[in-house]
Design a protein around this ligand. Sequence first.
Ligand SMILES: *Cc1c(COP(=O)(O)O)cnc(C)c1O
Length: 238
Amino acid sequence: MTALRIAENLQHVRDRIAAAARRSGRSPDEITLVAVTKYVGAAEARALVKAGCHDLGESRPQELWRKAAELTHEAVRWHFIGHLQSNKLARTAPLISWLHSGDSLRLLEAVSAEGAGRGAPISALLEINVSGDATKHGFHPEEIEPLGESLAMFGGIAIRGLMAMAGREGGPDDARRDFARLRKLRDRLQSAWAGRFELKELSMGMSGDYEIAIEEGATFVRVGSALFEGATSDDIRP
Ligand SMILES: *Cc1c(COP(=O)(O)O)cnc(C)c1O
């Protein structure tokens, strides 16, 4: 029952992603759904993979390690989306395809060292605190541009775009404003940093606002609770 419900939820979310893409004149193929599995166990995560979703996201290193170990036989691309402390990096970096939450130069430098060590750059996004929420991690939008030169020295990471969350308090209009801000910042950095980085990706939008994010240009949406509604015994809450 649970696996069936998860497959149905996945289809529902995919349909809404496709509809939001078409509404804004985009192709649904431009958008990757990252299924955030932090509220559930390995069995539910496996049900998602079996239903055809191969991009999974975790915000806590220990959860990622645990699920990655249980899903070694599945084809999973792991996305790390939370705050990553340096002491968890060595064990996390080898498991991930994407780091969404590059939120400090120190972290990005350490990730780069890992990427250089394994001989293949790790794809990374720069997390930006667009809402100005004091509890959120990420670079301040105004501080990022001068960092281009430092970032360009980190040969073990490939910086491919920006990531943000909408402010916790606001409604849909505030979310749209935050997402539009991220897109405009990306456009600005893309020209300021021309030739250094290709900033194609925008990781923005969660269960409550992923359709708005797609209308504003998201290429990754990170969706958790909407995929597991009615599928676990516990009430899943963000
Ligand atoms: C938990 C989480 C999500 C998913 O949240 P839902 O509202 O459950 O979809 C997305 N991004 C980040 C960074 C998260 O921590």
